[in-house]
Write a protein that binds this ligand. Structure first.
Ligand SMILES: [Zn+2]
Length: 103
């Protein structure tokens, strides 16, 4: 007689062969039967499909907004910011102590 187990979802007693194998499970089988697993998967897929569609739609708009709002750093501000930083950075270094201008 084949070994049976009770499905944790539909609570039906089914032969072990009705449960998917799962190497990570303690006894090597999923706790719910294949039938429940399939329906749960389908439900999950449908649920997420709606979310995926919503997400993709929202994302293209988000991207557009993001790209519109994006600016390269102002080159003038950027160089002056770097200049003052390099003075501070070399202040304690050997090159800085010799007081040789970097440029
Ligand atoms: Zn089941």
């Amino acid at each position: 007689m084949e070994e049976t187990r009770r499905c944790t979802r539909c609570a039906a007693e089914k032969p072990l062969s009705a449960f998917y194998k799962d190497r990570t499970a303690r006894d090597g089988r999923r706790p719910s039967c294949a039938e429940c697993h399939r329906s749960a998967n389908a439900a999950c897929y449908a649920r997420h499909q709606a979310k995926r569609n919503q997400y993709d739609r929202g994302r293209s708009e988000q991207r557009r907004d993001y790209q519109r709002g994006y600016r390269w750093p102002d080159p003038v501000k950027w160089s002056t910011a770097n200049e003052s930083r390099s003075l501070v950075d070399t202040g304690g270094s050997v090159a800085g102590r010799r007081l040789i201008p970097q440029r």
